[in-house]
Design a protein around this ligand. Structure first.
Ligand SMILES: [Zn+2]
Length: 309
């Protein structure tokens, strides 16, 4: 990805130097600050609204404000421990390359801001930029306390993406998903959850999930995750149109989607698969939905709730 020299987002909150493990600044805004732009805008007939209307159908349950959308594989890492460089030459912040990596993350975030602002605007809506919190080891968010072992996550309660950039090393070395655009896909997927939050899809997801049994809730989780993959693909579609993708970028993202599929991860981590426990989607599903969003660039093609997945 030709990212150098492009705009970097100023919505990065760097909590890595916080020796207290992120207790100081992680809370940020008040958990009560939900702003859902679509709430007051009924008109438009936009694809976003269509997606929401479709998603709304059949959902009527309670609300779980503590929902965290974690996207790592922390639960599958033996011991749940931090993955460290085998040579021991890198510290937990990813130094010395962390500064450049931070610039990369800030640039990808800026690209998502531009893309989603445009998509929302085309539908008569206003996109609210999310914050992206860089942390090291552990962090407290409006969704509670989290360890980096659980991977990157989005917290609907404070509209922030949380990322320990050492996950990128894990992605590369442990999961076999290398390449800049694999990392960009991870960020774009989390931003996809933010889009779900802004459009009300996530609230309905949380309401529905609360009243479900575990297996059924996992199936619903798969649908929300695949949609975030599809939204990441939509972002990649517009990014490609800017002419800043390089050969191999999309393949890199698709490979990442494959490597972090539930079946592939479970086989790798425990040697067998438990389909009922899948909550992000199989490798094939994740690749399919990422590719689908990338191919068309249309949100209407990302309705994972009313289509077979
Ligand atoms: Zn996710």
């Amino acid at each position: 990805m030709l990212w150098r020299g492009r705009r970097q987002s100023d919505n990065i909150e760097d909590e890595r130097s916080d020796s207290g493990g992120g207790f100081g600044g992680g809370l940020g805004g008040s958990p009560g600050q939900f702003r859902i732009p679509i709430g007051g805008r009924a008109g438009g007939g936009s694809s976003i609204i269509l997606v929401i209307l479709v998603v709304l159908a059949g959902w009527y349950f309670g609300f779980d404000p503590s929902q965290i959308l974690g996207d790592g594989s922390g639960g599958l890492v033996p011991g749940g421990g931090q993955i460290t460089d085998s040579s021991g030459s890198q510290d937990s912040t990813g130094a010395p390359a962390s500064d450049e990596m931070k610039q990369f993350v800030a640039t990808v975030l800026a690209e998502t801001e531009d893309t989603w602002t445009g998509i929302f605007k085309a539908s008569g809506l206003t996109y609210e930029d999310p914050k992206l919190v860089l942390f090291s080891g552990q962090i407290r968010s409006a969704c509670g306390f989290a360890s980096s072992a659980a991977g990157p996550f989005y917290c609907p309660g404070d509209h922030k993406v949380y990322l320990d950039m050492t996950f990128f090393q894990q992605l590369d070395q442990q999961f076999g998903a290398s390449g800049e655009f694999a990392r960009a896909y991870v960020i774009a997927h989390e931003v996809g959850h933010h889009v779900q939050n802004l459009t009300g899809i996530m609230q309905k997801f949380n309401q529905t999930r609360q009243s479900m049994g575990e297996a059924e809730a996992n199936q619903m989780s798969v649908r929300i995750e695949l949609q975030a993959d599809c939204f990441a693909g939509v972002w990649a579609h517009y990014t490609a149109q800017k002419g800043i993708l390089e050969q191999g970028d999309i393949e890199s993202a698709l490979n990442a989607a494959k490597q972090i599929g539930d079946d592939t991860l479970q086989k790798k981590m425990q040697g067998y698969v438990v389909p009922e426990s899948f909550n992000h989607g199989t490798s094939a599903q994740r690749q399919t939905w990422l590719a689908r969003g990338y191919k068309s660039g249309k949100l209407s093609d990302c309705d994972t709730f009313n289509n077979p997945v």
